[in-house]
Design a protein around this ligand. Structure first.
Ligand code: ZN
Ligand code: ZN
Length: 440
């Protein structure tokens, strides 16, 4: 499996505490009434990259210990396993994203999973294996916001009609320059109104909140739900919906509150922008042959009623109408570590190779000794011809330019520098590694 987690360190209450802005004895009493303002949390976190790196390191350890279920000391999974089953091995590479905050990509190898794609193809001939595989997929990754969107048209008032998917125009996959509205991806079967994904998800949230808090049209559901994004889950009970989710005696209401909260967090953490962003149009070997100028992540994605294998035995995960832009997520992670993340079972052709490369792309560019040694040899050969010098001068020249070449283009974000200063090494793995001493 391939898992990416981007802990939300800017504005985090924990980082504000580590930065000395929130007193320790107040930390557990923080609720909606006394949460430090967004601006003051942001200032605290952006001024203290060491606090950000400490928070990140802690999230990484908690994630692999509690969510993945690995006993780091014993180098084996806990007997209870974790959210994805029992993990045989994992490796995670750390890097900074555009705003300078740290995130990680990880690869997890699971006990009981087929070892190769050919083996998977063979095993899938068995109906029971196929059924188990599909239910495993549904248990670890979701491509739909949980609130229902198809049954009730947002604009039919008296006799709500069903909403059906509409194939988006090819324009929807390209840069959104000049367009101000999300592409039409659905239509009501009764009144024929057309909708973008946001219309349907917002309508489902409005219905869910009204059902939980009373059908009062004056309820501002954004105001009811927004604090959930900033408060730690332990303090959600200070918000009406969070209180229903944690304490209501009626299980159906608890489940509805959970679906409302998860949907809201998906909207805030895990939606691909319908306007797309720069990396959507980056060329790579993987996108060769696809439409030029089309989003390489293929958003908006086509809805699918159930999780299944298509004709090429590629896994297709269930996706609701209205969830065309939802990035793969885990409901458990969303409710315990509300942050942007990505989960993939690597069962598609070429997935494994591409993901491993992606997980470690940053280190490869920066510290690959093998590439530097090759470049060094080429330059020594060239210098011998055009810049004749005594051996010690030639050597000095080479070392200086090598150091310059290896450092001039690097700017390391402060949290990453802090991570290294705190003794981190840019990765985290289930097993220890021995250094390979190239010089010897
Ligand atoms: Zn309608
Ligand atoms: Zn895109």
């Amino acid at each position: 499996m391939f898992v990416t987690i981007s802990p939300k360190d800017n504005e985090s209450l924990t980082v504000a505490y580590l930065a000395g802005q929130v007193a320790c004895d107040k930390l557990e009493e923080i609720d909606i009434s006394n949460l430090p303002s967004q601006a003051s949390r942001f200032a605290a976190t952006s001024k203290d990259p060491v606090a950000c790196a400490r928070y990140f390191n802690r999230i990484v350890r908690c994630f692999f210990q509690d969510v993945v279920g690995n006993d780091q000391e014993e180098q084996r999974p806990h007997a209870r396993g974790g959210s994805f089953g029992h993990v045989e091995a994992f490796i995670a590479g750390f890097e900074t994203q555009v705003d300078g905050t740290l995130h990680f990509h990880s690869m997890l190898w699971l006990y009981g999973m087929a070892g190769s794609r050919l083996q998977v193809a063979d095993l899938l001939k068995s109906d029971s294996y196929r059924a188990s595989f599909l239910s495993f997929s549904d248990s670890v990754q979701c491509h739909s916001a949980p609130l229902p969107t198809e049954a009730t048209c947002p604009t039919c008032v008296y006799a709500p009609g069903a909403v059906v998917a509409v194939e988006p125009s090819s324009l929807a996959f390209t840069r959104a320059a000049g367009r101000t509205e999300a592409p039409v991806t659905a239509r009501c079967a009764t009144c024929k109104s057309e909708f973008g994904h946001g219309d349907l998800i917002m309508a489902s949230l409005r219905r869910g909140v009204a059902e939980l808090l009373g059908a009062d049209s004056t309820i501002d559901f954004e105001k009811e739900l927004r604090p959930l994004v900033n408060l730690p889950p332990a303090s959600w009970t200070s918000v009406a919906i969070g209180k229903i989710y944690a304490t209501d005696p009626n299980v159906r209401r608890r489940e509805l509150a959970e679906a409302v909260i998860t949907t809201y967090l998906v909207v805030h953490c895990n939606l691909h922008s319908w306007q797309h962003c720069e990396p959507c149009f980056k060329n790579s070997k993987r996108t060769q042959g696809l439409n030029v100028g089309a989003c390489r992540y293929s958003y908006p994605r086509e809805p699918a009623k159930v999780t299944h294998f298509d004709d090429d035995t590629e896994l297709v995960v269930a996706r609701r109408v209205g969830s065309e832009y939802v990035n793969s997520y885990s409901a458990t992670i969303m409710l315990t570590l509300p942050t942007n993340h990505d989960i993939r079972i690597l069962a598609r052709h070429g997935d494994m190779y591409y993901s491993l490369k992606y997980t470690f792309k940053y280190q490869q560019q920066v510290t690959s000794a093998a590439i530097l040694v090759e470049a060094f040899k080429r330059r020594v050969a060239r210098d011998e011809q055009i810049l004749p010098a005594a051996p010690n001068v030639a050597a000095q020249r080479r070392v200086c330019s090598l150091v310059h070449a290896a450092t001039k283009t690097q700017e390391i974000a402060a949290p990453q520098a802090a991570h290294y200063c705190l003794g981190g090494d840019g990765m985290y793995a289930s097993q220890g590694f021995a250094p390979l001493l190239l010089g010897q």
